[in-house]
Design a protein around this ligand. Structure first.
Ligand code: ADP
Ligand code: SF4
Ligand code: SF4
Length: 605
């Protein structure tokens, strides 16, 4: 009989002392039936700690609980009672009639199905973080031998399981050690810890790739001094230059500006000729542009993941947004995600400040920005190429950087989320709870603050060390800090990086409510146009030559700003009729030409 239920216990979070010893075992109704037989002379804590029979028993290895999924009736009582939120018990979709591909162990994450790599096509993976993308990547690159949810078997047994499927041929390449894999890691902020020296030292044999990505000027830089975008380009270039058969790109677009995203997408597409290429991408406009087919990964983060059948890219992304897989009759999200144009209420905003024109020069770089008006409670999206002075502008606005033209602005308290997620050496050991409290300078959180931590799923991370968080988890903590801190102006530099689509929407909602409820002007620098589209009341567009010069226009209405920006990078977007999302037109396509001729670079509402 196929498995119906998954129980996962986070062994790091479980702390039997914290619940006055094995509360889950005491509360489980199935256990209570068996407990009647326990000796009355034994203290209850010990009796439970030595429980050998029942639905929740105790592991001999770590003295922590184990749940028998066959006996569990799925009542969820243990999950609610556990004070450390260590337990998840979830029903699997009834349509799922196969055995797992891999399980990390008893009461650990389980993955069902694999996406089939296809030579000559870019296969995209979209879906929530924590539903198994990295597990898929490790299996397909030969680093993890799938165990069908049981003890590890031989390759012969594994291949038998996939008999008659597309996967079998691919897996037999791994079994025969005929597959060379290359991988672009997600969390590029870690690169300076892994690689030392100059960029050139690591890209010696990659002249073609360096030229095509336009990164010649980066070659003589130290890896330690690269910006987020440069680290990403370095990582992509290193992966593209590998002599491999299977390439896996884990979020190749974070930190890149729109122009760079599309350039990288083109290079990845070119790579697919004659090779297996798979990409994880949460910027849907980029995924759309990049992939030929997509698989959706759905399930419960940290508990189970299921890989959907392949879809054409448009149908796959729309299915992801819909939250419903019709072929399997599975709803994996209560509500569909719609990107309808939001009613903008800019007119009601009260003036916060008028800001002057700024000028600033650094060695080899100069910038100037137009004066403008900043309203209370509005969100201003900032878009433009990397290295054109966006963050310097905000720092001048907040009085943290002195403009060269002596323009005067009142000094404000700025809460700033930097682009890169870098921890100081003493912070890696800190628990999330301690880090949040130290960085926000708050011992206790208000109701609004708690709403932020809840929506970003931070409670579950409180007892984790900062240095052990994934990119998405770290981003959520950084965003929470910036939104919780007391400040007159909030600036978030690329808050969407490493977040999945649902997390992006939650962050968008939180930014808007921080702006509206506390009347704080919020600036958001981001390159995910869909994200900017849903949060911005107005936008500031930066133009210029990256690293040399930059200038900004005064804040303007969203549509006009997007249009101006896209025109400057020569890309047109249309709106998908079904989901309302932005779709990049293929360069030179009929739509692209038509829109360019009419000057409509951004889709009209
Ligand atoms: P994604 O890449 O989609 O974020 P992963 O494949 O990294 O997801 O992980 C899915 C789940 O599996 C996560 O909750 C993670 O904690 C768990 N996991 C990953 N590796 C291991 C492991 N070696 N042992 C136990 N659990 C693991
Ligand atoms: Fe206690 Fe929760 Fe651990 Fe059960 S899982 S022993 S309730 S901390
Ligand atoms: Fe017991 Fe399962 Fe209910 Fe948890 S969900 S209390 S393990 S029956």
């Amino acid at each position: 009989m196929p498995q119906r239920r998954v129980a996962v216990i986070d062994r790091e979070l479980c702390n039997p002392r914290a619940c006055d010893w094995y509360l889950c075992q005491r509360a489980c109704p199935v256990n209570r039936m068996s407990m009647r037989h326990l000796s009355h002379d034994m203290p209850e804590s010990e009796a439970l700690g030595s429980m050998e029979k029942g639905c929740i028993t105790t592991s001999e290895l770590d003295r922590k609980p184990l749940i028998d999924e066959g006996l569990c009736i799925g009542c969820g009582i243990c999950c609610k009672k556990c004070p450390t939120l260590a337990i998840d018990v979830v029903n699997l979709p009834t349509s799922l009639d196969e055995t797992p591909v891999h399980r990390y162990g008893k009461n650990r994450f389980v993955l069902f199905r694999l996406p089939a790599p296809q030579k000559g096509s870019v296969v995209g993976l979209v879906g929530q973080n924590g539903t198994g993308k990295t597990t898929v990547m490790n299996i397909l690159s030969g680093n993890l031998k799938p165990n069908s949810g049981e003890a590890e078997g031989s390759w012969k047994q594994i291949l038998l399981k996939f008999k008659g499927t597309e996967m079998r041929n691919y897996l037999s390449l791994i079994a025969d050690k005929k597959l060379r894999a290359a991988y672009k890691l997600q969390h590029v902020d870690r690169i300076p810890q892994l690689y030392k020296g100059k960029v050139r030292d690591h890209l010696r044999a990659s002249k073609d790739v360096v030229d095509r990505l336009g990164i010649q000027q980066m070659l003589d830089k130290d890896i330690a001094g690269l910006s987020g975008g440069e680290l990403q380009l370095f990582a992509v270039a290193a992966a593209l230059s590998k002599d491999a058969d299977f390439f896996f790109f884990d979020e190749p677009s974070s930190y890149l500006d729109v122009f760079q995203r599309l350039r990288v997408a083109q290079e990845i597409r070119r790579l697919a000729e004659g090779r297996f290429v798979m990409v994880i991408e949460h910027d849907l406009a980029v995924a759309d542009y990049l992939a030929d087919v997509v698989h959706i990964l759905y399930g419960r983060p940290g508990v189970f993941g299921i890989v959907s059948q392949p879809y054409t890219v448009r149908a796959g992304i729309n299915t992801l947004l819909e939250g419903f897989i019709p072929e399997e009759n599975v709803r994996f999200r209560d509500e569909p995600i719609k990107f309808a144009a939001r009613a903008k209420e800019a007119a009601k905003h009260k003036l916060f400040m008028e800001f002057p024109a700024f000028e600033k020069r650094f060695a080899g770089f100069s910038m100037r920005t137009e004066p403008g008006r900043l309203n209370r409670g509005e969100v201003i999206g900032i878009m433009g190429p990397n290295a054109t002075g966006k963050s310097t502008f905000i720092r001048m606005l907040a009085g943290e950087e002195k403009p060269d033209n002596n323009a005067l602005v009142p000094s404000f308290r700025l809460s700033y989320k930097p682009q890169r997620l870098v921890l100081e050496s003493n912070e890696a050991e800190m628990l999330v709870r301690e880090y949040l409290s130290q960085k926000t300078c708050k011992e206790t959180f208000s109701k609004e603050d708690k709403h932020i931590t809840l929506l970003l799923g931070l409670e579950k991370l409180y007892e984790r060390a900062m240095g052990k968080l994934s990119g998405g988890e770290l981003q959520s903590v950084f965003v929470a800090v910036a939104l919780i801190r007391d400040a007159n102006i909030v600036l978030l530099d690329e808050p969407s990086a490493f977040l999945d689509v649902e997390q992006r929407l939650r962050v968008a909602k939180l930014i808007r409510s921080r702006a509206e409820l506390m009347e704080t002007p919020c600036f958001v620098v981001d390159h995910d146009l869909q994200f900017l589209d849903i949060i911005s009341d107005r936008v500031i567009v930066f133009e210029g030559e990256p690293g040399k010069s930059g200038h900004s226009l005064a804040p303007c209405e969203l549509g006009a700003g997007m249009n101006r920006f896209l025109k400057s990078v020569g890309i047109t977007f249309r709106r998908d009729k079904e989901s309302g999302r932005a779709r990049a037109n293929k360069p030179g396509s009929q739509k692209d030409q038509e829109q360019k001729a009419e000057g409509r670079y951004y889709y009209a509402d």
